[in-house]
Design a protein around this ligand. Structure first.
Ligand SMILES: Nc1ncnc2c1ncn2[C@@H]1O[C@H](COP(=O)(O)OP(=O)(O)OP(=O)(O)O)[C@@H](O)[C@H]1O
Ligand SMILES: [Mg+2]
Length: 376
């Protein structure tokens, strides 16, 4: 299949000339005669390469380049800047705006061909190596209601601030709470819809259609709070296929797995790269945590399990210390989430995640730090 190249120039003659050269060399050519048209066509046509003139009336090539780089959809497309000017400053500006290579007009067809081949070749190898086969993190509570969803949602939102586009996969059909924490309303049956599709159909393009976009850049495959949704029947392989598809769509997928060692969690372990297990440091909760970790260590070998202590009780006398937790569970603690009932309540009330609502609160720092620990 011929590679598609978008050529952008507001001088129609030179547009035609380059277009003709490229067609002769066997490429499929799409043309745009303004910066705005270029941005539109790059989004629709998804070219493998953009050749961009610097001097254009409506918007210069640097600006077009910056905007292409600023949009996650067009960010990976290689760009060759093209200009009549030969000043070194222009090259610097071009590379700063995010261009991959630079050509000066007029260009000999042979030189054009070799530069295009080089850029396309480089990109093909690069994308084979860095193709975003993201990581999936299973977030799991050793007990219900201890903040599993809060941790999954806030870690994803924290990661979104470093310009990645993480995904939250809410596997709690019928008791989905991630959407509410993100203040998202509307159609929340994305997860149920995906899980009930034939397993071979559950792939990136299908799953992508059901992702909800949050203003922070995080995305959500939502479960609703409609109790009947919990009756949805689906094979566990569908959950596995969903996680795999999501890993192809983002560098980080936070899976809200709810409480305890469910059949689905067991089935998903192979596709998960890490686990975050929440424990509450009170004596009555320790036994459950100990048993859960014991089971997970047997079935989730050679992959990290991050232990997170969620301390919701302000009553110190019931609380086991961090060191005692480590001793009892035989594992070091990766992070801590302190009691923050006020901000947790406000977060739900306003539909804003804790790290967005009060980014400087102690609990936010803890959640952000946890996200950083887990991201690598
Ligand atoms: N650090 C915290 N301090 C105090 N309250 C918190 C904290 N984190 C979460 N909460 C509150 O605890 C409640 C449960 O939170 P969340 O829904 O995240 O827990 P969960 O473990 O996912 O619950 P479920 O078992 O129902 O899925 C919510 O009201 C939330 O606002
Ligand atoms: Mg939950």
């Amino acid at each position: 299949m011929a590679e598609k190249i978008l050529v952008v120039d507001d001088d129609v003659e030179s547009l035609k000339l380059i277009g003709m050269m490229l067609k002769r060399q066997g490429y499929e050519v799409v043309m745009a005669n303004s910066g705005n048209q270029a941005l539109m066509k790059a989004g629709i046509e998804k070219p493998q390469l953009v050749i961009l003139d610097v001097m254009m009336a409506d918007m210069d090539g640097y600006e077009v380049c910056r905007r292409l780089r600023g949009n996650p959809e067009t960010r990976p497309i290689p760009i060759i800047m093209f200009t009549a000017k030969t000043l070194i400053d222009d090259k610097v500006a071009g590379f700063e705006a995010g261009a991959d290579d630079y050509l000066t007009k007029p260009t000999h067809p042979a030189e054009l061909a070799s530069r295009i081949k080089a850029v396309l070749g480089r990109n093909a190898t690069a994308s084979q190596h860095i193709r975003p086969q993201g990581i999936a993190v299973g977030v799991l509570g050793s007990k219900g209601g201890i903040g599993t969803t809060t941790v999954a949602v806030n870690m994803a939102v924290a990661l979104a601030q470093t310009k990645q586009r993480p995904i939250i996969a809410d596997f709690q059909l019928g008791t989905g709470a991630a959407a509410a924490q993100l203040g998202m309303t509307g159609k929340l049956d994305g997860m149920a819809t995906v899980l009930t599709r034939p397993v071979p159909d559950i792939r990136g393009p299908l799953v992508m259609q059901h992702l909800l976009q949050h203003t922070t850049g995080a995305r959500l495959l939502a479960s609703s709070a409609d109790p009947k949704e919990a009756h949805t029947k689906y094979p566990l392989e569908a959950a596995v296929a969903t996680v795999k598809a999501l890993k192809g769509l983002s560098t980080h997928v936070m899976c809200d797995l709810g409480t305890g060692y469910t059949e689905m969690t067991a089935k998903l372990l192979n596709s998960l790269d890490k686990l975050v297990v929440l424990v509450e440091p009170i004596p009555v909760a320790m036994n459950a945590a100990e048993q859960l970790l014991g089971a997970l260590r047997t079935d989730f070998t050679d992959k990290p399990i991050h232990l997170v202590v969620v301390n919701r009780s302000p009553l110190a006398r019931y609380t086991i210390t961090w060191t005692d937790v480590e001793a009892r569970l035989g594992q070091s603690v990766a992070g801590m989430v302190s009691a923050a009932p006020e901000v947790a309540y406000q977060a739900l009330e306003t539909g804003q995640p804790i790290v967005v609502l009060q980014p400087n609160a102690v609990v936010s720092n803890q959640l952000i730090k946890l996200a950083q620990t887990v991201q690598n």
